[in-house]
Design a protein around this ligand. Structure first.
Ligand SMILES: Cc1cc2nc3c(=O)[nH]c(=O)nc-3n(C[C@H](O)[C@H](O)[C@H](O)COP(=O)(O)OP(=O)(O)OC[C@H]3O[C@@H](n4cnc5c(N)ncnc54)[C@H](O)[C@@H]3O)c2cc1C
Ligand code: SF4
Length: 486
């Protein structure tokens, strides 16, 4: 008998090989070993894994009797039990998308061999547009993202008019990235709790966000809602942040896509076929066909070296308020974002980028510890996407393999793109006074400490501005800040 193992990131029927009649989903309850000692994943992620697996197995049971859900300390113990109970001689598994899980399964395969069981790993044709083998055939090493994105647009024939981009442009940046002071919160989507979710919530004694799907049908409802209510404003307010609106017009689809409830291809096609303006279509499709896809291949390419890198040699520990639920920093933007992450295990892209990444880079926080933090806290965090976003794109720990220039900002940008500064104890215009915004003096300190890097990336104009800065005063404020925030 041959049985298929279904993994947590394979939560739709496209991952199922219907020629097999036996299926097993193991909800792993024991510690997860990773680069760091243990990975303490947030409870909401565990609930998605549990409820998602239950949904899959319940659906399979309606057609095939032998479909089983198990809560087990390890994958190996679950597989052994299942094989004994159902006379299984061989397991098949669609390749795990996370590399550390894949490596773990190679070890499990060896252990299974010892008890006369076979494990065959099948290729994953569902999680990405392009297999990593095809990527390596196309590129000797990852090109810059823009070239890769254009290649993918042509290859998949998405928003193309023959060999040219539809409407003659590859991007519509000018129409995007606005801040609208009159914006009003409008996200209003809530799923009914399924029996599977109720069971998972009871098991973990914790609640999932009501917008979070745990099966394909719910994920399709979320996609439909986004297309109908938010896509039209997606591009325009892509970079805006509001203290009373956690989602603005973002899709909240990342977790459902990463868990396999939706395929990236169907999401991109749905947006392409919608009747929204071209700037929304292009910007959204760029995020999935461009960034999401690129991050995976970038990670797979550098997976053996990326955890060794710390190019800027940042070693400061994350302040306690990143980890604990206690009253966080007195900086309005940071405090607001961290509180949201601690309660929802989610924040939108610009909060991750402009607030958390920016702060961490300017304050010299250890990029590997920050990676662990993102991995543990966010429900959409999977190794292949969190690691390149944190170690590459945001903290430059990879030595500028991914990013093409230093991307840091002072309070001026945060004030321009958000309503956080109004009502903050700090003054976003000041850089030397006691109430000066920390983003300002930390920004100038960063420019000072990384002058050569800015010059290397042809950002001489940034370095030139240092002439107008009292750098001794900036250093003094930075030292005071670091003492207070350690
Ligand atoms: C420091 C940092 C860490 C991040 N960690 C993760 C992570 O662990 N998991 C994750 O899925 N995304 C991560 N991102 C990317 C991005 O922030 C999230 O995908 C996005 O905020 C999810 O919300 P959404 O679905 O509403 O996205 P939308 O704004 O609606 O974007 C649409 C989709 O585009 C894709 N996307 C957009 N940007 C990226 C990107 N940089 N990398 C990969 N996919 C992207 C996602 O699938 C997302 O659902 C990270 C970004 C930063 C700056
Ligand atoms: S003043 Fe500074 S710390 Fe306060 S919200 Fe604005 S950017 Fe954030």
């Amino acid at each position: 008998m041959i049985a298929q193992i279904i993994l947590y990131n394979q939560l739709r029927s496209d991952y199922i090989y219907t020629k097999y009649t036996h299926f097993i989903y193991i909800h792993h309850t024991w510690k997860i070993k990773f680069q760091w000692e243990n990975l303490n994943l947030n409870t909401k992620s565990k609930i998605i894994d549990y409820a998602g697996g239950k949904h899959m197995i319940n659906t399979l049971q309606s057609k095939w009797k032998t479909a089983e859900f198990m809560c087990e300390k390890t994958f190996f113990s679950g597989l052994k039990k299942f094989a004994e109970n159902h006379d299984v001689k061989k397991f098949v598994l669609v390749k795990p998308v996370e590399n550390y899980v894949y490596e773990n399964f190679l070890k499990i395969g060896k252990r299974l061999e010892n008890i006369w069981l076979e494990l065959e790993i099948l290729p994953d044709t569902q999680s990405f547009f392009l297999s990593h083998e095809d990527f390596k055939e196309q590129y000797k090493k990852p090109p810059i993202m823009e070239y890769f994105y254009r290649f993918m647009r042509k290859k998949e024939d998405i928003l193309m008019d023959g060999k040219d981009p539809e409407w003659g442009q590859w991007n519509y940046d000018k129409e995007n990235r606005k801040f609208d002071r009159k914006h009003e919160k409008s996200w209003d989507f809530s799923l009914e709790k399924s029996d599977e979710l109720k069971e998972a919530e009871k098991y973990y004694k914790h609640q999932l966000n009501s917008f979070q799907p745990t099966c394909r049908d719910e994920a399709l409802q979320l996609l439909e809602y986004f297309l109908e209510h938010h896509l039209d404003d997606f591009g325009r307010l892509e970079d805006a942040m509001y203290k009373d609106d956690n989602y603005v017009h973002h899709s909240l689809l990342s977790t459902a896509i990463n868990y396999g409830m939706l395929s990236p291809r169907e999401v991109v096609r749905a947006v392409e076929e919608s009747d929204t303006a071209m700037n929304n279509k292009e910007w959204f499709i760029r995020q999935i066909l461009g960034w999401r896809e690129y991050m995976y291949h970038f990670f797979m390419f550098y997976k053996d070296s990326i955890y060794e890198d710390n190019y800027l040699k940042h070693t400061r520990e994350l302040p306690d308020y990143f980890w604990s639920n206690a009253e966080v920093s007195d900086m309005n933007c940071l405090s607001n974002t961290l509180k949201q992450v601690q309660s929802e295990n989610f924040s939108h892209h610009i909060q991750r980028l402009m607030i958390i990444w920016n702060f961490s880079l300017l304050a010299g926080l250890n990029p590997h510890e920050l990676n662990k933090w993102f991995f543990e806290y966010y429900t959409d965090a999977f190794e292949w996407v969190v690691t390149p976003n944190v170690l590459g794109m945001s903290q430059y720990a990879d030595g500028w393999k991914l990013a093409t220039k230093p991307y840091v900002a002072s309070a001026n940008y945060i004030n321009k793109m958000s309503d956080y500064c109004k009502g903050c104890k700090y003054n976003h215009k000041e850089k030397y006074t006691d109430d000066a915004c920390p983003y300002n003096y930390l920004y100038w300190n960063f420019v000072y400490e990384n002058k050569e890097t800015f010059e290397k990336w042809r950002q001489q104009f940034v370095v030139n501005n240092l002439k107008k800065i009292d750098i001794e005063k900036i250093k003094e404020l930075k030292e005071k800040f670091i003492k207070k925030h350690s």
